[in-house]
Write a protein that binds this ligand. Structure first.
Ligand code: NAD
Length: 489
Protein backbone atom coordinates (compact mmCIF):
# COMPACT_ATOMS: atom_id res chain seq x y z
CA UNK A 1 0.00 0.00 0.00
CA UNK A 2 1.62 3.23 -1.11
CA UNK A 3 0.92 5.59 1.71
CA UNK A 4 2.84 8.72 2.46
CA UNK A 5 3.86 9.81 5.89
CA UNK A 6 3.38 12.73 8.24
CA UNK A 7 2.84 16.09 6.56
CA UNK A 8 4.78 18.94 8.16
CA UNK A 9 5.47 22.32 6.57
CA UNK A 10 4.47 21.06 3.13
CA UNK A 11 6.73 17.98 3.23
CA UNK A 12 5.96 14.26 3.69
CA UNK A 13 8.22 13.10 6.51
CA UNK A 14 8.97 10.06 8.68
CA UNK A 15 8.86 10.31 12.47
CA UNK A 16 11.94 12.09 13.87
CA UNK A 17 12.59 9.00 16.04
CA UNK A 18 12.27 6.75 12.97
CA UNK A 19 9.61 4.69 14.76
CA UNK A 20 6.63 3.22 12.91
CA UNK A 21 3.28 1.63 13.78
CA UNK A 22 1.42 -1.16 12.00
CA UNK A 23 -2.20 -0.43 11.18
CA UNK A 24 -4.43 -3.50 11.03
CA UNK A 25 -7.87 -4.48 9.78
CA UNK A 26 -10.24 -5.22 12.70
CA UNK A 27 -12.02 -7.85 10.58
CA UNK A 28 -9.02 -10.21 10.39
CA UNK A 29 -6.09 -8.43 12.12
CA UNK A 30 -4.10 -8.31 8.88
CA UNK A 31 -1.58 -5.45 8.70
CA UNK A 32 -2.83 -3.04 6.04
CA UNK A 33 -0.25 -0.26 6.38
CA UNK A 34 2.76 0.89 8.33
CA UNK A 35 2.86 4.56 9.26
CA UNK A 36 5.26 6.80 11.20
CA UNK A 37 4.82 6.91 14.95
CA UNK A 38 5.43 10.54 15.80
CA UNK A 39 5.90 11.91 19.28
CA UNK A 40 6.33 15.27 21.06
CA UNK A 41 9.24 16.32 18.79
CA UNK A 42 7.19 15.80 15.62
CA UNK A 43 4.31 17.71 17.21
CA UNK A 44 6.67 20.57 18.11
CA UNK A 45 8.00 20.74 14.53
CA UNK A 46 4.44 20.87 13.18
CA UNK A 47 3.40 23.52 15.70
CA UNK A 48 6.42 25.66 14.70
CA UNK A 49 5.43 25.35 11.02
CA UNK A 50 1.80 26.25 11.72
CA UNK A 51 2.87 29.16 13.96
CA UNK A 52 5.15 30.58 11.24
CA UNK A 53 2.43 30.10 8.59
CA UNK A 54 -0.09 31.93 10.74
CA UNK A 55 2.22 34.72 11.90
CA UNK A 56 3.43 35.57 8.38
CA UNK A 57 -0.22 36.33 7.64
CA UNK A 58 -0.31 35.00 4.08
CA UNK A 59 -3.12 32.47 4.61
CA UNK A 60 -5.23 34.61 6.95
CA UNK A 61 -4.99 37.55 4.56
CA UNK A 62 -5.73 35.46 1.46
CA UNK A 63 -9.14 36.71 0.28
CA UNK A 64 -11.86 34.56 1.81
CA UNK A 65 -13.24 33.79 -1.67
CA UNK A 66 -9.89 32.21 -2.62
CA UNK A 67 -9.75 30.21 0.59
CA UNK A 68 -13.31 29.07 -0.11
CA UNK A 69 -12.28 27.97 -3.62
CA UNK A 70 -9.49 25.79 -2.18
CA UNK A 71 -11.89 24.24 0.34
CA UNK A 72 -14.35 23.57 -2.53
CA UNK A 73 -11.55 21.94 -4.53
CA UNK A 74 -10.89 19.58 -1.58
CA UNK A 75 -14.59 18.56 -1.73
CA UNK A 76 -14.27 17.85 -5.46
CA UNK A 77 -11.14 15.74 -4.97
CA UNK A 78 -12.84 13.74 -2.21
CA UNK A 79 -15.72 13.08 -4.62
CA UNK A 80 -13.22 12.08 -7.33
CA UNK A 81 -11.47 9.60 -4.99
CA UNK A 82 -14.60 8.57 -3.08
CA UNK A 83 -14.35 4.84 -3.78
CA UNK A 84 -10.68 4.64 -2.76
CA UNK A 85 -11.37 6.63 0.41
CA UNK A 86 -14.43 4.53 1.29
CA UNK A 87 -12.52 1.26 0.90
CA UNK A 88 -9.63 2.61 2.97
CA UNK A 89 -12.02 3.70 5.74
CA UNK A 90 -13.64 0.24 5.79
CA UNK A 91 -10.26 -1.53 5.87
CA UNK A 92 -9.21 0.64 8.79
CA UNK A 93 -12.44 0.58 10.85
CA UNK A 94 -14.23 -2.62 9.78
CA UNK A 95 -17.44 -0.77 8.91
CA UNK A 96 -19.34 -1.73 5.76
CA UNK A 97 -18.19 -0.09 2.52
CA UNK A 98 -21.77 1.07 2.01
CA UNK A 99 -21.55 3.04 5.29
CA UNK A 100 -18.15 4.40 4.31
CA UNK A 101 -19.48 5.56 0.93
CA UNK A 102 -22.18 7.44 2.80
CA UNK A 103 -19.53 8.95 5.08
CA UNK A 104 -17.53 10.17 2.05
CA UNK A 105 -20.61 11.91 0.61
CA UNK A 106 -21.17 13.59 3.97
CA UNK A 107 -17.51 14.59 4.21
CA UNK A 108 -17.50 16.19 0.76
CA UNK A 109 -20.71 17.95 1.83
CA UNK A 110 -18.99 19.39 4.91
CA UNK A 111 -16.12 20.83 2.79
CA UNK A 112 -18.67 22.26 0.31
CA UNK A 113 -20.74 23.82 3.08
CA UNK A 114 -17.75 25.64 4.61
CA UNK A 115 -16.43 26.61 1.16
CA UNK A 116 -19.73 28.45 0.65
CA UNK A 117 -19.60 30.12 4.08
CA UNK A 118 -15.96 31.24 3.73
CA UNK A 119 -16.75 34.69 2.27
CA UNK A 120 -20.25 35.25 3.63
CA UNK A 121 -19.46 37.08 6.86
CA UNK A 122 -18.14 40.59 6.16
CA UNK A 123 -18.72 41.69 9.76
CA UNK A 124 -21.36 44.14 10.94
CA UNK A 125 -21.72 47.84 11.57
CA UNK A 126 -23.08 48.83 14.96
CA UNK A 127 -25.07 51.99 15.43
CA UNK A 128 -22.46 53.82 17.53
CA UNK A 129 -23.84 55.45 20.68
CA UNK A 130 -20.84 57.85 20.54
CA UNK A 131 -21.25 60.77 18.11
CA UNK A 132 -18.84 60.85 15.14
CA UNK A 133 -17.86 57.25 15.68
CA UNK A 134 -17.89 54.19 13.46
CA UNK A 135 -18.26 50.93 15.28
CA UNK A 136 -17.61 47.67 13.43
CA UNK A 137 -17.49 44.05 14.49
CA UNK A 138 -15.34 41.69 12.44
CA UNK A 139 -14.35 38.06 12.82
CA UNK A 140 -10.74 36.93 12.52
CA UNK A 141 -9.10 33.51 12.63
CA UNK A 142 -8.12 32.28 16.10
CA UNK A 143 -4.59 31.31 14.99
CA UNK A 144 -2.85 27.95 15.34
CA UNK A 145 -5.35 25.13 15.94
CA UNK A 146 -4.60 21.69 17.37
CA UNK A 147 -7.17 19.13 16.19
CA UNK A 148 -7.50 15.65 17.69
CA UNK A 149 -9.90 13.02 16.33
CA UNK A 150 -11.19 9.57 17.40
CA UNK A 151 -11.32 6.21 15.56
CA UNK A 152 -15.05 5.69 15.06
CA UNK A 153 -15.65 8.16 12.21
CA UNK A 154 -12.02 9.00 11.41
CA UNK A 155 -12.43 11.18 8.33
CA UNK A 156 -15.89 12.54 9.11
CA UNK A 157 -14.70 13.90 12.47
CA UNK A 158 -11.59 15.30 10.77
CA UNK A 159 -13.70 17.10 8.14
CA UNK A 160 -15.78 18.86 10.81
CA UNK A 161 -12.54 20.43 12.04
CA UNK A 162 -10.45 20.87 8.88
CA UNK A 163 -13.06 22.56 6.69
CA UNK A 164 -14.11 25.44 9.01
CA UNK A 165 -10.53 26.01 10.21
CA UNK A 166 -9.23 26.39 6.65
CA UNK A 167 -12.20 28.43 5.43
CA UNK A 168 -11.65 30.99 8.20
CA UNK A 169 -7.88 31.40 7.68
CA UNK A 170 -6.43 29.46 10.59
CA UNK A 171 -3.41 27.19 10.43
CA UNK A 172 -3.61 23.76 11.99
CA UNK A 173 -2.00 20.57 13.18
CA UNK A 174 -4.20 17.48 13.00
CA UNK A 175 -3.64 14.31 15.00
CA UNK A 176 -5.93 11.46 13.99
CA UNK A 177 -6.49 8.44 16.21
CA UNK A 178 -3.33 6.34 16.10
CA UNK A 179 -5.35 3.27 15.11
CA UNK A 180 -7.24 4.78 12.15
CA UNK A 181 -5.04 7.38 10.39
CA UNK A 182 -5.30 6.14 6.79
CA UNK A 183 -8.08 8.25 5.30
CA UNK A 184 -6.80 11.38 7.06
CA UNK A 185 -3.38 10.83 5.45
CA UNK A 186 -5.07 10.48 2.07
CA UNK A 187 -7.07 13.68 2.56
CA UNK A 188 -3.89 15.60 3.41
CA UNK A 189 -2.61 14.47 0.00
CA UNK A 190 -5.79 15.88 -1.52
CA UNK A 191 -5.42 19.12 0.45
CA UNK A 192 -1.89 19.49 -0.96
CA UNK A 193 -3.25 18.87 -4.48
CA UNK A 194 -6.01 21.42 -3.88
CA UNK A 195 -3.39 24.09 -3.14
CA UNK A 196 -3.38 24.48 0.64
CA UNK A 197 -0.05 26.30 1.18
CA UNK A 198 2.89 24.72 3.04
CA UNK A 199 2.69 25.07 6.81
CA UNK A 200 -1.04 25.84 6.84
CA UNK A 201 -2.26 22.28 7.44
CA UNK A 202 0.07 19.83 9.17
CA UNK A 203 -0.47 16.18 10.02
CA UNK A 204 1.25 14.41 12.92
CA UNK A 205 0.66 10.73 13.64
CA UNK A 206 1.16 8.95 16.94
CA UNK A 207 -0.13 8.27 20.42
CA UNK A 208 -2.52 10.60 22.20
CA UNK A 209 -0.51 10.92 25.40
CA UNK A 210 2.49 12.10 23.33
CA UNK A 211 1.36 13.99 20.20
CA UNK A 212 -2.10 14.93 21.51
CA UNK A 213 -0.81 16.00 24.91
CA UNK A 214 1.82 18.23 23.24
CA UNK A 215 -0.85 19.93 21.13
CA UNK A 216 -3.00 20.51 24.21
CA UNK A 217 -0.21 21.94 26.36
CA UNK A 218 1.98 23.83 23.88
CA UNK A 219 1.72 27.60 24.35
CA UNK A 220 2.09 28.24 20.61
CA UNK A 221 -1.26 26.55 19.99
CA UNK A 222 -4.19 28.97 20.32
CA UNK A 223 -7.13 26.57 20.06
CA UNK A 224 -7.58 22.89 20.73
CA UNK A 225 -10.50 21.05 19.17
CA UNK A 226 -10.96 17.52 20.47
CA UNK A 227 -13.40 14.72 19.72
CA UNK A 228 -13.12 11.63 21.88
CA UNK A 229 -13.84 10.19 25.29
CA UNK A 230 -14.70 12.12 28.43
CA UNK A 231 -11.60 11.05 30.39
CA UNK A 232 -9.26 12.31 27.66
CA UNK A 233 -11.41 15.43 27.27
CA UNK A 234 -10.91 16.35 30.91
CA UNK A 235 -7.12 15.90 30.60
CA UNK A 236 -7.09 18.14 27.53
CA UNK A 237 -9.13 20.78 29.30
CA UNK A 238 -6.59 20.85 32.12
CA UNK A 239 -3.59 20.93 29.79
CA UNK A 240 -5.17 23.70 27.68
CA UNK A 241 -5.38 25.98 30.71
CA UNK A 242 -1.62 26.61 30.44
CA UNK A 243 -2.22 29.48 27.98
CA UNK A 244 -6.01 29.69 28.27
CA UNK A 245 -6.48 28.10 24.86
CA UNK A 246 -9.82 28.29 23.14
CA UNK A 247 -11.39 24.92 23.73
CA UNK A 248 -13.84 22.84 21.73
CA UNK A 249 -14.76 19.44 23.16
CA UNK A 250 -17.02 16.83 21.52
CA UNK A 251 -17.19 14.06 24.09
CA UNK A 252 -19.32 11.01 24.72
CA UNK A 253 -23.02 10.39 24.97
CA UNK A 254 -25.50 7.99 26.57
CA UNK A 255 -28.40 8.89 24.42
CA UNK A 256 -32.03 8.24 25.34
CA UNK A 257 -34.60 7.21 22.76
CA UNK A 258 -38.16 7.55 24.13
CA UNK A 259 -40.82 5.36 22.50
CA UNK A 260 -44.45 6.26 23.24
CA UNK A 261 -47.20 3.69 22.72
CA UNK A 262 -48.84 5.87 20.05
CA UNK A 263 -45.73 5.89 17.81
CA UNK A 264 -45.75 4.07 14.49
CA UNK A 265 -44.67 0.71 15.92
CA UNK A 266 -42.80 -0.81 12.98
CA UNK A 267 -40.96 2.40 12.13
CA UNK A 268 -39.96 2.94 15.76
CA UNK A 269 -38.64 -0.65 16.02
CA UNK A 270 -36.68 -0.31 12.80
CA UNK A 271 -35.19 3.07 13.68
CA UNK A 272 -34.42 2.06 17.26
CA UNK A 273 -32.24 -0.71 15.81
CA UNK A 274 -30.64 1.64 13.30
CA UNK A 275 -30.03 4.21 16.02
CA UNK A 276 -27.77 1.81 17.90
CA UNK A 277 -26.40 -0.97 15.74
CA UNK A 278 -25.11 1.13 12.88
CA UNK A 279 -21.28 0.82 12.95
CA UNK A 280 -21.71 -1.77 15.74
CA UNK A 281 -22.83 0.90 18.20
CA UNK A 282 -19.56 2.81 17.95
CA UNK A 283 -21.33 6.13 17.51
CA UNK A 284 -21.25 8.95 20.04
CA UNK A 285 -24.94 9.65 19.41
CA UNK A 286 -26.10 6.01 19.41
CA UNK A 287 -29.55 5.70 21.02
CA UNK A 288 -28.38 3.08 23.48
CA UNK A 289 -30.93 3.92 26.20
CA UNK A 290 -34.35 2.87 24.99
CA UNK A 291 -37.10 4.24 27.22
CA UNK A 292 -40.30 2.44 26.25
CA UNK A 293 -43.89 3.06 27.40
CA UNK A 294 -45.05 0.18 29.60
CA UNK A 295 -48.15 -0.58 27.48
CA UNK A 296 -46.05 -1.65 24.48
CA UNK A 297 -42.83 -2.63 26.27
CA UNK A 298 -43.04 -6.42 25.95
CA UNK A 299 -44.24 -6.37 22.36
CA UNK A 300 -41.56 -3.81 21.43
CA UNK A 301 -38.74 -5.81 23.02
CA UNK A 302 -39.91 -9.03 21.30
CA UNK A 303 -39.92 -7.27 17.94
CA UNK A 304 -36.38 -5.93 18.55
CA UNK A 305 -35.09 -9.34 19.60
CA UNK A 306 -36.59 -11.09 16.57
CA UNK A 307 -34.92 -8.61 14.23
CA UNK A 308 -31.58 -8.67 16.05
CA UNK A 309 -31.33 -12.47 15.79
CA UNK A 310 -31.29 -12.12 12.00
CA UNK A 311 -28.46 -9.58 11.79
CA UNK A 312 -25.71 -10.58 9.39
CA UNK A 313 -22.26 -9.95 10.88
CA UNK A 314 -19.22 -10.13 8.62
CA UNK A 315 -16.68 -8.38 6.47
CA UNK A 316 -17.46 -4.79 5.58
CA UNK A 317 -16.61 -5.75 1.99
CA UNK A 318 -19.35 -8.41 1.81
CA UNK A 319 -22.54 -6.86 0.42
CA UNK A 320 -24.72 -8.97 2.74
CA UNK A 321 -23.02 -7.69 5.89
CA UNK A 322 -25.11 -5.45 8.14
CA UNK A 323 -22.71 -5.09 11.06
CA UNK A 324 -18.92 -5.24 11.14
CA UNK A 325 -16.50 -5.87 14.02
CA UNK A 326 -15.52 -3.61 16.89
CA UNK A 327 -12.38 -1.59 16.40
CA UNK A 328 -9.87 -3.51 18.54
CA UNK A 329 -9.26 -6.35 21.00
CA UNK A 330 -9.03 -3.78 23.78
CA UNK A 331 -12.38 -2.29 22.88
CA UNK A 332 -14.02 -5.73 22.60
CA UNK A 333 -12.81 -6.49 26.12
CA UNK A 334 -14.32 -3.21 27.34
CA UNK A 335 -17.72 -4.13 25.86
CA UNK A 336 -17.54 -7.66 27.34
CA UNK A 337 -16.81 -6.23 30.82
CA UNK A 338 -19.69 -3.80 30.47
CA UNK A 339 -22.11 -6.63 29.66
CA UNK A 340 -20.79 -8.69 32.61
CA UNK A 341 -21.50 -5.69 34.84
CA UNK A 342 -25.06 -5.51 33.51
CA UNK A 343 -25.68 -9.14 34.37
CA UNK A 344 -24.23 -8.64 37.87
CA UNK A 345 -26.40 -5.56 38.36
CA UNK A 346 -29.53 -7.65 37.73
CA UNK A 347 -30.50 -6.56 34.21
CA UNK A 348 -32.03 -9.31 32.02
CA UNK A 349 -30.12 -10.34 28.93
CA UNK A 350 -32.81 -10.62 26.23
CA UNK A 351 -30.43 -11.41 23.37
CA UNK A 352 -26.69 -11.44 22.62
CA UNK A 353 -24.22 -10.90 25.44
CA UNK A 354 -21.32 -12.77 23.88
CA UNK A 355 -19.02 -13.07 20.87
CA UNK A 356 -20.42 -14.97 17.84
CA UNK A 357 -19.42 -18.61 17.34
CA UNK A 358 -19.24 -18.42 13.53
CA UNK A 359 -15.76 -19.80 12.62
CA UNK A 360 -15.40 -17.16 9.89
CA UNK A 361 -15.57 -14.35 12.43
CA UNK A 362 -13.01 -15.62 14.90
CA UNK A 363 -10.13 -13.43 13.72
CA UNK A 364 -12.23 -10.28 13.97
CA UNK A 365 -13.33 -8.35 17.06
CA UNK A 366 -17.01 -9.27 16.70
CA UNK A 367 -19.67 -8.97 19.40
CA UNK A 368 -23.28 -10.03 19.03
CA UNK A 369 -25.94 -7.31 19.11
CA UNK A 370 -27.13 -7.27 22.70
CA UNK A 371 -30.32 -6.12 24.46
CA UNK A 372 -30.77 -5.75 28.21
CA UNK A 373 -34.25 -5.35 29.73
CA UNK A 374 -35.32 -4.58 33.33
CA UNK A 375 -32.82 -1.73 33.43
CA UNK A 376 -32.92 1.13 35.93
CA UNK A 377 -31.04 4.43 36.00
CA UNK A 378 -28.92 3.43 38.99
CA UNK A 379 -27.18 0.75 36.90
CA UNK A 380 -23.71 1.45 35.50
CA UNK A 381 -24.85 -0.01 32.15
CA UNK A 382 -27.49 2.72 31.93
CA UNK A 383 -25.10 5.50 32.92
CA UNK A 384 -21.81 4.61 31.21
CA UNK A 385 -20.95 4.61 27.54
CA UNK A 386 -20.32 1.05 26.24
CA UNK A 387 -19.62 2.33 22.73
CA UNK A 388 -20.65 -1.04 21.37
CA UNK A 389 -23.72 -2.93 20.11
CA UNK A 390 -25.63 -2.88 23.39
CA UNK A 391 -29.11 -1.50 24.18
CA UNK A 392 -30.55 -1.04 27.65
CA UNK A 393 -34.36 -0.86 27.92
CA UNK A 394 -36.15 1.07 30.66
CA UNK A 395 -39.94 1.30 31.13
CA UNK A 396 -42.13 4.33 31.84
CA UNK A 397 -45.82 5.09 32.40
CA UNK A 398 -46.17 8.90 32.28
CA UNK A 399 -44.67 11.49 29.92
CA UNK A 400 -42.92 13.33 32.79
CA UNK A 401 -41.32 10.10 33.93
CA UNK A 402 -39.93 9.45 30.43
CA UNK A 403 -38.31 12.89 30.31
CA UNK A 404 -36.93 12.49 33.83
CA UNK A 405 -35.33 9.16 32.91
CA UNK A 406 -33.95 10.63 29.69
CA UNK A 407 -32.28 13.50 31.55
CA UNK A 408 -30.84 11.31 34.30
CA UNK A 409 -27.31 11.29 32.88
CA UNK A 410 -24.05 13.21 33.11
CA UNK A 411 -24.17 13.35 29.31
CA UNK A 412 -26.34 15.53 27.08
CA UNK A 413 -25.36 14.85 23.50
CA UNK A 414 -28.53 13.68 21.73
CA UNK A 415 -31.93 12.08 22.23
CA UNK A 416 -35.09 11.07 20.40
CA UNK A 417 -38.85 10.91 20.92
CA UNK A 418 -41.24 8.67 18.94
CA UNK A 419 -44.94 9.57 19.01
CA UNK A 420 -47.74 10.63 16.70
CA UNK A 421 -48.86 13.27 19.22
CA UNK A 422 -46.83 16.26 18.08
CA UNK A 423 -47.78 18.44 21.06
CA UNK A 424 -46.49 15.74 23.39
CA UNK A 425 -43.28 15.46 21.37
CA UNK A 426 -42.73 19.22 21.60
CA UNK A 427 -43.35 19.21 25.36
CA UNK A 428 -40.76 16.45 25.77
CA UNK A 429 -37.99 17.91 23.59
CA UNK A 430 -38.39 21.30 25.27
CA UNK A 431 -37.34 19.64 28.54
CA UNK A 432 -34.67 17.29 27.20
CA UNK A 433 -31.19 18.58 28.12
CA UNK A 434 -29.31 17.62 24.94
CA UNK A 435 -27.55 19.40 22.09
CA UNK A 436 -29.60 17.58 19.43
CA UNK A 437 -33.11 16.15 19.80
CA UNK A 438 -34.99 14.25 17.14
CA UNK A 439 -38.76 13.80 16.81
CA UNK A 440 -39.65 10.61 14.93
CA UNK A 441 -36.04 10.34 13.75
CA UNK A 442 -32.71 9.22 15.17
CA UNK A 443 -29.05 9.87 14.41
CA UNK A 444 -29.66 12.30 11.56
CA UNK A 445 -27.22 15.17 11.17
CA UNK A 446 -26.15 17.44 8.34
CA UNK A 447 -23.54 20.17 7.88
CA UNK A 448 -26.08 23.00 8.14
CA UNK A 449 -27.12 22.24 11.74
CA UNK A 450 -24.85 22.60 14.78
CA UNK A 451 -23.62 19.50 16.63
CA UNK A 452 -22.41 19.33 20.22
CA UNK A 453 -23.35 18.49 23.76
CA UNK A 454 -24.98 19.84 26.89
CA UNK A 455 -23.53 18.86 30.26
CA UNK A 456 -20.42 16.63 30.15
CA UNK A 457 -20.89 15.82 26.45
CA UNK A 458 -18.74 18.80 25.63
CA UNK A 459 -18.10 22.46 25.06
CA UNK A 460 -18.90 24.37 21.88
CA UNK A 461 -20.51 23.34 18.61
CA UNK A 462 -19.23 21.93 15.34
CA UNK A 463 -21.07 22.17 11.99
CA UNK A 464 -23.47 24.92 10.97
CA UNK A 465 -22.63 28.59 11.27
CA UNK A 466 -21.54 27.98 14.86
CA UNK A 467 -18.80 25.73 13.47
CA UNK A 468 -17.34 28.84 11.83
CA UNK A 469 -17.62 30.85 15.03
CA UNK A 470 -15.62 28.21 16.86
CA UNK A 471 -12.64 29.04 14.63
CA UNK A 472 -12.92 32.82 14.80
CA UNK A 473 -12.28 35.57 17.32
CA UNK A 474 -14.59 38.56 17.42
CA UNK A 475 -13.00 41.99 17.14
CA UNK A 476 -14.70 45.32 17.77
CA UNK A 477 -13.14 48.22 15.83
CA UNK A 478 -14.12 51.72 16.86
CA UNK A 479 -13.03 54.71 14.83
CA UNK A 480 -13.39 58.29 16.08
CA UNK A 481 -14.07 60.57 13.11
CA UNK A 482 -13.59 63.75 15.12
CA UNK A 483 -10.86 63.19 17.74
CA UNK A 484 -10.40 66.06 20.19
CA UNK A 485 -8.81 66.49 23.63
CA UNK A 486 -10.85 65.39 26.65
CA UNK A 487 -9.03 67.77 29.04
CA UNK A 488 -9.60 65.62 32.12
CA UNK A 489 -5.93 65.64 33.22
P1 NAD B 1 -10.12 8.71 23.06
O1 NAD B 1 -10.46 9.81 24.00
O2 NAD B 1 -9.45 7.51 23.62
O3 NAD B 1 -9.14 9.23 21.91
C1 NAD B 1 -9.50 10.29 21.07
C2 NAD B 1 -8.24 10.95 20.55
O4 NAD B 1 -7.55 11.54 21.66
C3 NAD B 1 -7.25 10.00 19.89
O5 NAD B 1 -6.68 10.64 18.77
C4 NAD B 1 -6.22 9.78 20.97
O6 NAD B 1 -4.95 9.44 20.48
C5 NAD B 1 -6.18 11.14 21.62
N1 NAD B 1 -5.67 11.16 23.01
C6 NAD B 1 -5.62 10.14 23.89
N2 NAD B 1 -5.04 10.56 25.05
C7 NAD B 1 -4.73 11.86 24.89
C8 NAD B 1 -4.14 12.86 25.74
N3 NAD B 1 -3.75 12.58 26.97
N4 NAD B 1 -3.99 14.10 25.25
C9 NAD B 1 -4.41 14.41 24.01
N5 NAD B 1 -4.96 13.51 23.16
C10 NAD B 1 -5.13 12.25 23.59
O7 NAD B 1 -11.46 8.34 22.30
P2 NAD B 1 -11.68 7.19 21.23
O8 NAD B 1 -11.73 5.90 21.99
O9 NAD B 1 -10.73 7.36 20.09
O10 NAD B 1 -13.15 7.56 20.68
C11 NAD B 1 -14.31 7.15 21.30
C12 NAD B 1 -14.92 8.31 22.09
O11 NAD B 1 -15.14 9.43 21.24
C13 NAD B 1 -16.29 7.96 22.64
O12 NAD B 1 -16.37 8.39 23.98
C14 NAD B 1 -17.24 8.76 21.77
O13 NAD B 1 -18.48 9.08 22.38
C15 NAD B 1 -16.43 9.97 21.46
N6 NAD B 1 -16.94 10.64 20.24
C16 NAD B 1 -17.66 11.79 20.38
C17 NAD B 1 -18.18 12.42 19.25
C18 NAD B 1 -19.01 13.68 19.36
O14 NAD B 1 -19.33 14.27 18.33
N7 NAD B 1 -19.38 14.14 20.55
C19 NAD B 1 -17.94 11.87 18.00
C20 NAD B 1 -17.20 10.71 17.89
C21 NAD B 1 -16.70 10.10 19.03
Amino acid sequence: MSLKQQYINGKWVAAISGKTRDISNPFNQEVIATVPEGDESDAKAAIAAAREAFDNGEWSSTPATERGAIVRKIAELIERDKEELARLESLDTGKTVEESRGDMDDIAGVFRYYAELADKDGGELIDSPVPNGISRVVREPVGVCGQITPWNYPLLQASWKLAPALATGNTLIMKPSEITPLTTIKVFELMEEAGVPAGVANLVLGAGHKVGAELASNVDVDLISFTGGIVTGKKIMQAASVNVKKLALELGGKNPNIIFADADFDTAVDQALNGVFFHAGQICSAGTRLIVEERIHDEFVSALVERVKKFKLGSGFDEETQMGPLISAEHLEKVEKYVETGVKEGATLAVGGRCPEDPELQKGFFYLPTIFTDCTTDMAIVQEEAFGPVITVEKFRAEEEAVKLANDSIYGLAGGVWTNDIAKAERCVAKMRMGTVWINEFNLYFPHAPWGGFKQSGIGRELGKLGIEEYTETKHIFQNLKPEPINWF
